[in-house]
Write a protein that binds this ligand. Structure first.
Ligand code: ARG
Ligand code: ZN
Length: 884
């Protein structure tokens, strides 16, 4: 047995190097003798040579494992009969089929990376995606090796009364030494990344679901006993998701039990392990007193997301990790559709696009830009990105637009039936959509292979004599790392034409004999430039393009304030009404930034105030839409629209605009606030959420007037609030105001909620994103607060992450203090949890888009990180791509 040196530099993995596995596994039997300090893992693998492999030796992955013994077909191997490196085990001589028995020891207590088996509070649990299983035992830890698992868990019966793993419970028993055991069997072959186990002393809430074919499924949610009253919402969401996937995609659940477990320490949101989803507690626990509407909403969508993976991810899985978006992009689309159906479709679309533009567009324009199907990576954990997830969802959404709902369903039916039980590629997915619809999607597939956000340039010319509108659509896509040139994309452009009174005009192209029978039609742009001629237009139409955000592109379409204001009032598409408002705000605010920079008076055009006044006073618009139309674009998003981002100017302008709107519309905000501020029993539904969101937007503007009366009103709302939405909205506003009331509000909030982790995280965030000059000082002090632990990813994200991403004026302080702070924290974190450390680097993503001094300071901080000893592969990859 020999352990070679670890490679000096992290290695690159490439899609082009993909080879089928040399050995396959039919069945796996695992036995865990569980204990927090040392767990003994005995594995029995029935392996055989893959006829489609390359005939190479049998190599298994394994990291941080203490090897106890290896036996081949019952015979223990001597040290010279196998070779070990820090991360592999190689068996030079094996028969065509054999049984391999390996015993290893692992140490959950010492596992702060939260990959593999780890200890969280009083729970032992696993996280194996993407490559965590190799920290549990030696195994070909790749998704195209699928096997049937039988798992026996043995543990102290008092300490760990609940022992859970994937599949169905098969047998259990007591042992004489005070331990007990439970055996689980999962009949569905699965890759190692979907393996899970949980041990703990947990409260379990149960329910039932009858599937479409009449099978009874037991539903169970396991949580720390103190959270027993926070399970209802997740359980309801689960039942909604199960029914919805049957109705909309024809997908039925396939085991006797479906379990969800909440853990406090978790790197991501949640994980779709077969039959045993493990969730970040923040993404599952909710009660009206402790969770906001946004939390309830997110929980519903994540419970849906993980459940939907049972088909899009588990029954049909990924061949390799370059195909990650095969399951994630599609499953995000599915959870977005689900949320839209359960709540408001228009609001869902607005919020999804808002997130895509602010996060994914920035990623696509920065040094980590990568295609939806990347072609290389150093550390796969770094590729669980908004591009893989959110842009991936947009790409599948465009396939749906191009095939229509029925054609798309035919395509997904074919995909699921053709590939059930297989590990496949994004090409296989597209092929199924093509075959079911007799389509050629060759060019469309560029969305998977080319990175960068395409720019759609729109020009419209109306010829009154001919009654013709010429609409020219052009596309281009900026260079991204490794991709200097791009080929044209297939861009579906949903559009419509409006008369001056706001009526829909007929949509007839010069090549057609009649107008389409719809107010929106989809033009498909496939060339670099195409002109569409609309005929029989007796007046000059107002053009509405990219309705519903039909493609993930940036639109360049010169329109004056009046046209945008008109669309904001009259577009037939709610998404575009909101979007026209945002474009109007951006156009106006960017001009004001220039005025600010050259010391000119800030000019806020009357037309904007007038439009916002109408929106606020219009009772026919869904209050949730009103709330969003009245919300200003974020400082980060405004910064992304500038060649050189000027954080201070943006901050000042945004504040000024907010105050001006507040002053001018004060009466309207007052009226609506009062009308919406009715006592009612909290319910999670679209209508109540809409009311609360508009009410709190109104309160925000009223507070911006600076009127002390409004502070009293805010304090009153906090005092009377019976739900976290109204309480937290009040606290946020109080914290941006200096003075004794602010400190008092923060102290009182903490005293009331210090026992609740989810609420304490909100308390940390409120302070991290505060506008006041002492924000960084406070954040540093909070690092030492008993409520904060660097080992807890939710704490890190709530405090450090929120400060660096959502407090731009302070993070980008001219003296570089924010940058130095982040660099120090990243280096500390990297020793504990590389995944979380690497995530925090994202705050430096756009570093080249700031002024020279700030660039120099950020570069210095990045270089300090890059130069540190023993960086993880995670941080190494990102910091070096940023500096490249
Ligand atoms: N598959 C999970 C989800 O989308 C994400 C888990 C990724 N975990 C990780 N450590 N990279 O829901
Ligand atoms: Zn997912």
């Amino acid at each position: 047995m020999n352990i070679a040196e670890a490679p000096a530099q992290p290695q690159i993995t490439r899609l082009d190097d993909y080879r089928a596995p040399d050995y396959l596994i039919d069945t796996v039997s695992l036995e865990f003798e569980l204990d927090a300090s040392e767990t003994r893992v005995s594995s029995k693998l029935k392996m055989r040579r893959n006829p489609e492999g390359q005939g190479g030796p049998c190599i298994l992955n394994g990291e941080y494992l203490t090897l106890v013994s290896i036996a081949l077909d019952g015979k223990t191997l001597a040290g010279n009969e196998y070779q070990r490196t820090t991360d592999t085990l190689l068996l030079p001589q094996v028969p065509a089929s054999f049984e391999l028995e390996v015993v290893t020891l692992i140490h959950p207590d010492q596992n702060t990376a939260l990959e593999g088996l780890y200890h969280s509070g009083a729970i032992l649990c696993t996280q194996c995606e993407a490559e965590g299983f190799r920290r549990i035992t030696y195994y070909p830890d790749r998704p195209d090796v699928m096997a049937v698992f039988t798992v026996t868990l043995i543990a102290d019966a008092k300490k760990w009364p609940m022992l859970l793993a994937n599949g169905n419970r098969q047998a259990s028993g007591e042992m004489e030494d005070g331990r007990h055991w439970v055996r689980w069997h999962d009949p569905h072959p699965k890759p190692s990344y979907l393996f899970a186990l949980v041990a703990g002393d947990l409260y379990c809430q149960q329910d039932q679901f009858t599937t479409m074919s009449g099978r009874q499924v037991l539903l169970e949610i396991y949580v720390d006993p103190e959270n027993h009253n926070k399970c209802d919402h997740a359980l309801n969401s689960l039942k909604q998701a199960m029914r919805w996937d049957e109705d909309v995609y024809g997908r039925e659940y396939d085991l006797d039990v479906f379990m969800i477990v909440a853990v406090n320490d978790f790197n991501m949101g949640a994980m779709e392990n077969k039959g045993l989803n493990i969730f970040n507690a923040a993404c599952v626990l909710a009660s009206p007193e402790t969770a906001t509407d946004a939390d309830f909403y997110t929980i519903q969508s994540i419970v849906g997301h993980e459940y939907f993976h049972n088909w899009s991810g588990n029954r049909v899985t990924c061949r390799d990790w370059f195909q990650l978006s095969l399951k994630e992009g599609f499953t995000v689309l599915r959870d977005q559709q689900f949320s839209a159906d359960m709540n408001s479709a228009a609001v869902q679309r607005i919020d999804d696009v808002d997130q895509l533009r602010s996060m994914q567009f920035a990623e696509d324009a920065g040094p980590m830009a990568h295609p939806v199907r990347p072609d290389s990576y150093i550390e796969i954990s770094n590729f669980y990105t908004v591009t893989i997830y959110e842009k991936g969802a947009e790409v599948v959404g465009m396939l749906k637009t191009l095939t229509g709902p029925e054609g798309f369903r035919k395509g997904t039916d074919l995909y699921f039936s053709r590939h059930d039980g297989q590990a496949v590629t994004t090409d296989d997915f597209v092929k199924a959509i093509e075959d079911a619809n007799q389509l050629d999607l060759t060019q469309f597939k560029r969305w998977y292979s080319q990175a960068g956000t395409p720019v759609l340039i729109v020009e419209a010319h109306y010829d009154a004599d001919k009654q013709v509108l010429e609409l020219t659509l052009r596309q281009s896509c900026p260079a991204t790392p490794g991709q200097p040139e791009k080929q044209p994309f297939v861009i579906p452009v949903a559009m419509g034409l409006l008369s001056s009174s706001g009526a829909s005009l007929p949509l007839q192209l010069d090549t057609e004999t009649s107008a389409v029978d719809a107010e929106t039609r989809v033009l498909t742009l496939t060339e670099q430039s195409q002109t569409f001629r609309f005929i029989h237009l007796t007046e000059e139409p107002v053009v509405s393009v990219l309705r519903g955000f039909s493609a993930p592109v940036k639109v360049k379409f010169e329109r004056d304030n009046e046209t945008l204001a008109f669309l904001m009032a009259h577009d037939r598409d709610s998404f575009n009404r909101w979007d026209a408002g945002q474009q109007l705000l951006i156009q106006i605010m960017l001009r004001m930034v220039e005025q600010y920079q050259s010391d000119k008076t800030l000019d806020l055009p009357e037309i904007l105030l007038d439009r916002l006044q109408h929106v606020l006073d219009d009772p026919s618009i869904d209050p949730a839409l009103v709330a969003r139309m009245l919300s200003l674009p974020s400082e980060n998003y405004l910064a992304a629209q500038m060649t050189i981002a000027d954080v201070d100017a943006i901050h000042a302008v945004r504040k000024y605009v907010k105050q001006q709107i507040a002053q001018r519309l004060k009466a309207g905000f007052n009226t609506r606030y009062q009308a919406l501020n009715q006592a009612q029993v909290y319910e999670f539904n679209a209508s109540q959420m809409a009311q609360r969101s508009l009410k709190n937007v109104c309160l925000g503007y009223l507070m911006a007037t600076g009127d002390p009366m409004q502070t009293q009103r805010c304090l009153k709302q906090m005092k009377q609030a019976d739900n976290m939405t109204d309480l937290l909205a009040g606290l946020r506003l109080m914290v941006d105001q200096p003075g004794p009331e602010r400190e008092h509000a923060l102290r009182a909030f903490y005293e009331q909620w210090q026992h609740d982790r989810q609420v304490v995280d909100k308390w940390l965030t409120v302070q991290a994103v505060s506008d006041l000059p002492d924000a960084l000082f406070r954040v540093k002090a909070l690092l030492k607060h008993p409520a904060f632990s660097m080992k807890n990813p939710n704490n890190v994200r709530a405090l450090i992450g929120q400060f660096c991403r959502n407090n731009p004026v302070h993070f980008h302080a001219k003296d570089g203090s924010g940058y130095r702070f982040l660099a120090e924290q990243i280096l500390l974190l990297d020793k504990l949890n590389p995944q979380v450390a690497a995530r925090q680097l994202g705050a430096f993503n756009s570093w080249r888009r700031y002024d020279a001094e700030r660039q120099a300071l950020m570069k210095k901080s990045l270089s300090d990180i890059a130069g540190a000893q023993d960086l993880s592969a995670d941080v190494y990859e990102i910091v070096n791509k940023y500096l490249a």
